[in-house]
Design a protein around this ligand. Structure first.
Ligand code: SAM
Length: 176
């Protein structure tokens, strides 16, 4: 079972334009064992409602919150003992840093959207790259969550689930 507490901070969200990618950041964070996501940007309650509906049906206690200041969020989480990790292709390579950072009990994982301000790089305890190539916040998040938990997120059980999939080699079996 995962022993770390991981909170994701999504830097930047614009209503309508970023809906799909931000929603997927929420779903990946939940499925890969993060405790909550904090979205810095437009307070888009439609995302919160749809993710809460997933939590109600698929279980667990994942939360979606909004902040009007990514700065205050990073500062307050660092004060609470979280190690802040900013995902950027310009950072140090994840495959080299994952073992050391993965030992931290509390991690604030920051993922960008549109151009990220220089201060985020400076305020973060680590700037980490998932390959040195430009790709996507969703992919970066998934790979980082997996590597930082050393695959333990696959053991996670979602409490109070109303829907559960029974793995099949073919076809679908769902318990409701
Ligand atoms: N053009 C934007 C910029 O200059 O910051 C980057 C946009 S990218 C689609 C959005 C986010 O995905 C980035 O802020 C970063 O968090 C993440 N990302 C993309 N490629 C990455 C990589 N190779 N390693 C780590 N994170 C990455």
């Amino acid at each position: 079972m995962p022993t770390q507490e991981i909170v994701v901070l999504r830097y930047g969200h614009r209503v309508v334009r970023d809906y799909r990618v931000s929603s997927h950041c929420c779903l990946v964070s939940r499925a890969f064992g993060a405790k909550k996501i904090i979205i810095a940007g437009d307070e888009d309650l439609s995302i919160k409602t749809s993710v809460e509906d997933i939590v109600k049906r698929w279980g667990g206690s994942f939360k979606v919150e909004f902040t009007d200041s990514w700065r205050k969020t990073i500062t307050s989480y660092r004060k609470k003992g979280f190690f802040s990790v900013h995902l950027t292709m310009y950072g140090l390579r994840l495959e080299k840093e994952a073992k050391k950072i993965g030992k931290k009990k509390k991690i604030l994982l920051i993922v960008g959207s549109q151009k990220v301000e220089k201060e985020v790089y400076e305020q973060s305890d680590a700037n980490i790259a998932v390959t040195g190539q430009p790709h996507s916040e969703i992919a970066a998040l998934a790979v980082a969550l997996d590597r930082l938990q050393d695959g333990k997120e696959f053991e996670k059980r979602f409490s109070k689930a109303k829907i559960r999939i029974i793995p099949q080699s073919r076809g679908k079996k769902v318990i409701k």
